[in-house]
Write a protein that binds this ligand. Structure first.
Ligand SMILES: [Fe+2]
Length: 439
C-alpha cells in the first residue's frame, strides 16, 4: 500500500531535538592506547603475548574485524622506548596492519628515544610535524584533534603555550561541528596515574569551544566519564565526555580511586573503543578481545547538533514495531527491567524509511510487576526524567505519542519502576515524519 501524505498537517513542527543528519554516511573509528610490548619483554611470546600481557595481536585483530574508517592511537604505541627497531618488530606486525588509516598521538614511552624519533620515523607525515606532534583533521563532518601531552617536548601544555594557542585557534576555525580531541595522559582517571591538572588548559579550551569528546590512554584501564566541566562538575548540557582507553595490549593495571563523574570502569579486559561518528552525534562501544563482547555502549548527540526544522506526517498501515513479549531480538524480548535503557532500531521495519525523523505511534504497557513510567527518547539524547507513559502494577496502559528518532535511526526506552521488577512494552506505529524544507 502506498504511503499517503496528510496535506492538512503539513509542516508540523516537532519539539526541539537534534536532527539525525541522515544524509551523510557515518564513519567508524577505533581508538586505544598502550599497545605493543617491547620485543624483549618476557611475555612477548613471538608477538602473541600471554593471557595477561602483550596482547597487541589480539587487540589489533579485534580492530581489523570492525573494518574501521580510521584508527586513533592514544599513545605508548610501542614499549619500552619507542625505538624504530621495536616499532618494526612488535607494532608493525600487529597494529601496523592498520597503518594506512592510523592517526597517532605520542605517549611518554614513545619519547623514550630522543625526539620520539622511532615514532615519527615510523608514522611519517601521519604523525604531524615532529617538532609538535599535534595536528587536526576532519572526518564524516567531525573535527578531530590529536594533541601532544608530552609537554616538555613541545614547549608546554599550559595557557599561552604554543600548543594551547594553536588549539584555541584550531577550535575557533572549526566551530559549530562535532569535535573530538585525543592525547595520551588523562586529565581525569580512576587508574593509578589519577587526575592530572597538567592538561587543564586543554580542557578549558575544548570546553569553551563546546567540544564533545576527549579520548586518552596512559592508565591501562577502560573508563568512561559523564559529561563534565574542566572543574569536574557534571554538565550534561555541554560537558566534555571523557574516555580512558589504555587497554591496547601491554598490560592492565587497577582502579585505586574512583573519581567524580566516573560512570563505567574496567581493569580486567583488553579491548578497543569503537566510535561511530554521525554528523550530529556519536555511538560508542567498548569491545573486549577474544570474542568481541560489548562491555559498554551508548550514544549521544553533539553540542552543536541543530534542532528539528519541521516535518510532515506520512501515514502507514498500523504495524506492530516492538513487542517485548516476542522471543528475544532487536525489537522483541526480553521484558524491560527497572533501570533499563534499551535502544530499539526502527528504520526499515513496518515501512519506515531511512530518512524518517520521527514516528507517530501507540505505546502500550503490558503486565508491569511494579508501578512506574517509561521515558521514550531519540537514541543519543540525555534523559529528562519525564514520562511518556505511566502505569500501576498489573495495569495495561496505552498512549499515543510522537517519537523522534535518534542516532542509528533508533529510539531508546528508559524504564523507571518503583523497585525491582519488569514490564512488557509494545509499540504500534501508524505513521512517520519526514523532514521538509520550509518554503
Ligand atoms: Fe603512558
Amino acid at each position: 500500500m502506498p504511503h499517503s501524505r496528510l496535506a492538512c498537517c503539513a509542516f508540523l513542527v516537532l519539539f526541539s531535538l537534534p536532527g539525525t543528519g541522515s544524509e551523510a554516511q557515518p564513519a567508524v573509528l577505533v581508538a586505544v592506547g598502550d599497545l605493543a610490548c617491547d620485543p624483549a619483554d618476557g611475555s612477548f611470546n613471538g608477538g602473541d603475548g600471554t593471557a595477561t600481557a602483550c596482547r597487541m595481536k589480539a587487540t589489533s585483530d579485534l580492530a581489523l574485524s570492525l573494518a574501521p574508517t580510521a584508527v586513533l592511537l592514544l599513545g605508548d604505541n610501542q614499549y619500552d622506548d619507542g625505538a624504530a627497531a621495536k616499532y618494526l618488530a612488535s607494532f608493525d606486525p600487529s597494529w601496523g596492519r592498520l597503518k594506512a588509516i592510523t592517526k597517532p598521538a605520542p605517549g611518554n614511552h614513545d619519547y623514550g628515544v630522543p625526539g620520539a624519533a622511532g615514532y615519527y620515523g615510523y608514522f611519517g607525515a601521519a604523525a604531524g610535524d615532529p617538532a609538535k606532534g599535534y595536528y587536526s583533521f576532519d572526518l564524516a563532518g567531525w573535527h578531530l584533534i590529536a594533541l601532544n601531552s608530552n609537554c616538555g617536548a613541545v614547549g608546554g601544555c599550559g595557557v599561552g603555550s604554543p600548543q594551547e594557542q594553536w588549539l584555541a585557534a584550531d577550535l575557533a576555525a572549526h566551530s559549530g561541528v562535532c569535535t573530538l580531541a585525543y592525547w595520551h595522559h588523562p586529565r581525569f582517571s580512576s587508574g593509578p596515574h589519577g587526575d592530572d591538572a597538567t592538561y587543564d588548559a586543554f580542557w578549558q579550551a575544548l570546553y569553551a569551544a563546546r567540544a564533545d569528546v576527549v579520548l586518552t590512554g596512559h592508565d591501562h584501564i577502560y573508563e568512561r566519564f559523564a559529561p563534565q566541566t574542566p572543574g569536574a562538575v557534571a554538565d550534561p548540557a555541554r560537558g566534555l565526555r571523557a574516555f580512558v582507553v589504555g587497554t591496547g595490549g601491554r598490560n592492565l593495571t587497577s582502579l585505586p580511586i574512583v573519581r567524580a563523574n566516573s560512570e563505567v570502569r574496567d581493569a580486567a579486559h583488553f579491548g578497543v573503543l569503537e566510535m561511530t561518528l554521525h554528523p550530529t552525534g556519536y555511538v560508542w562501544r567498548f569491545l573486549a578481545v577474544d570474542g568481541g563482547a560489548v562491555l559498554d555502549q551508548g550514544a549521544s548527540f553533539c553540542h552543536s547538533a541543530p534542532g528539528w526544522p519541521s516535518a510532515e506526517l506520512y501515514t502507514l498501515p498500523p504495524c506492530r514495531l516492538i513487542d517485548t513479549r516476542n522471543p528475544d531480538g532487536p525489537r522483541g524480548g526480553p521484558p524491560l527491567p527497572h533501570g533499563a535503557s534499551r535502544s530499539f532500531p526502527v528504520a526499515g521495519a513496518c515501512g519506515i524509511p531511512a530518512d524518517a525523523v520521527a514516528l507517530s505511534a501507540n505505546a502500550t504497557i503490558v503486565g508491569p510487576t511494579r508501578s512506574g513510567y517509561l521515558e521514550i527518547l531519540p537514541t543519543g539524547s540525555a534523559p529528562t526524567g519525564t514520562s511518556s507513559i505511566t502505569f500501576r502494577t498489573g495495569q495495561m496502559r496505552s498512549n499515543n505519542l510522537q517519537i523522534a528518532l535518534g542516532l542509528d535511526d533508533a529510539v531508546t526506552v528508559r524504564t523507571a519502576l518503583s523497585g525491582a521488577g519488569s514490564v512488557h512494552f509494545v509499540l504500534d506505529v501508524t505513521g512517520y515524519y519526514r523532514e521538509e524544507p520550509i518554503p
